[in-house]
Design a protein around this ligand. Structure first.
Ligand code: C5P
Length: 399
């Protein structure tokens, strides 16, 4: 379930009910941050929300900040959900049109988390074609706009436009959250990127892995609510938001991190291009030039094999196989020999795909002998399909 919830309060008489909403959310253990529009301040004071939520109520985009991060962006990043209650016709219209002229609408535009609107307005305004078309547009854009209740309104009109009760808003938000974050509570451990095997203080052996596939898998699992630990070799990518990052360098340090974190993992995805060999001796000083030179290499530990041997009941272990020929044969052999549940095969014989590239082509082989060809696509899209397939397989096979 969400940890950080932003409650946006816009200017309607129903704003008084939002105090109960914030109180109920806070009691359920959420870290609630209230953003009020200028008009909302005419109905309820910021102090009410500050006292109930325990956090400063934000009312102005240009509020002075002690730490100079951009507040609407930092809050938007932190939020697991935004609930706008009451949502006036004005706020619905602004968001539907991409207008961001105050703290609430800038935060809404900057946020990537689910947004629930609980509209509240006069019946005629609610039924107006412009409002209805804004609501349709918002729903099409992926926002979650609640219906309104029917009853006596502040203007003494009787009809639609009454904001749903706070408990109904919370139940609605819960159902949105459950449908989107269906991997909530699942621990996913992912390895990504290359490893670097030191030769001397300035040289190393490595490979062309960019880490993009593993990072995209981490992002896809995070977006479905999983707790993601990402063990990454040296790459130049931004850490996926909300993933726990463990940065490693060598195959040995990756092995230590993976075996340690595997104990609590429900799903383990080994996407890293781990070096198969490492120098037998690492020189403490820079090796001087000679006419010729030979480097003795020894095998690194096969991390995935170790994880396969230690696999616990109900743990799903996924490996990657980059092959240039006899694809299915090698992939199936690896599935078996490493005690995997799923292997993702990528054909690295095609130029411009796979290693270091933005696109990949993936075929999945499952322990139950089923297969799924995910085809060629961007690594982001393939990552979503892979995570989905792993999740479905887990639902099918674990007790
Ligand atoms: O056997 P091969 O190296 O081709 O298998 C690839 C799979 O094994 C990948 O999932 C990779 O992350 C993993 N691997 C590993 N430890 C190694 C080598 C590969 O975990 N030393």
């Amino acid at each position: 379930m969400p940890k950080t919830v932003i409650v946006g309060v816009s200017g309607g008489i129903a704003a008084y009910k939002s105090a109960y909403l914030v109180s109920a959310l806070t009691k359920r253990g959420y870290d609630v941050h209230v953003i009020m529009t200028q008009n909302a301040l005419e109905f309820v004071s910021a102090l009410t929300f500050e006292t109930i939520s325990g956090n400063a109520a934000i009312t102005d985009t240009f509020m002075k900040r002690e730490n100079h991060d951009v507040l609407h962006v930092s809050l938007a990043k932190k939020a697991d959900m935004v609930i706008v209650a009451p949502a006036t016709a004005n706020v619905l219209g602004k968001v539907a049109s991409g207008i961001a002229d105050d703290m609430l609408t800038t935060t809404l535009l900057a946020s990537k988390c689910p947004v629930v609107f609980a509209p509240a307005m006069n019946t005629a305004m609610y039924e107006d074609a412009v409002t209805q078309s804004n609501i349709t547009k918002l729903n099409e854009l992926g926002y979650h706009v609640m219906d309104t209740g029917i009853g006596m309104l502040a203007c003494r009109d009787e009809g639609a436009g009454r904001m749903k009760e706070p408990d109904e808003i919370i139940a609605f938000a819960d159902s949105v959250f459950e449908s989107l974050y269906d991997m909530h509570g699942i621990n996913v451990l992912i390895s990504a990127g290359p490893t670097r095997e030191a030769i001397d203080p300035v040289r190393y052996l490595s490979n062309n892995s960019s880490g993009k596939m593993g990072y995209s898998l981490a992002q896809a699992a995070v977006s479905r609510g999983a707790n993601v630990t990402l063990v990454s070799g040296p790459v130049s990518l931004d850490a996926p938001e909300k993933a726990q990052m463990i940065n490693v360098v060598s195959a040995q340090s990756m092995e230590q991190a993976m075996t340690h974190h595997a104990k609590n993992a429900d799903i383990i995805i080994s996407c890293a291009a781990v070096a198969d060999y490492t120098p037998a001796n690492v020189s403490d000083t820079k090796i001087k030039k000679n006419d010729d030179m030979s480097l003795r290499l020894i095998r690194t530990k096969d991390i995935l094999k170790i994880l396969g041997e230690a696999k616990t009941e109900n743990q799903i272990l996924v490996g990657f196989a980059a092959e240039t020929n006899d694809f299915d044969k090698y992939a199936k052999a690896k599935l078996e020999s490493k005690n995997l549940d799923i292997i993702a095969l990528n054909d690295v014989s095609r130029p411009g795909e796979g290693f270091g590239a933005d696109t990949n082509n993936i075929k999945l082989f499952f322990k139950d002998n089923s297969e799924a060809d995910l085809g060629v696509d961007s690594k982001e899209i393939l990552a979503k399909s892979i995570i989905n397939s792993i999740f479905e397989y887990r639902l099918k096979t674990t007790r």
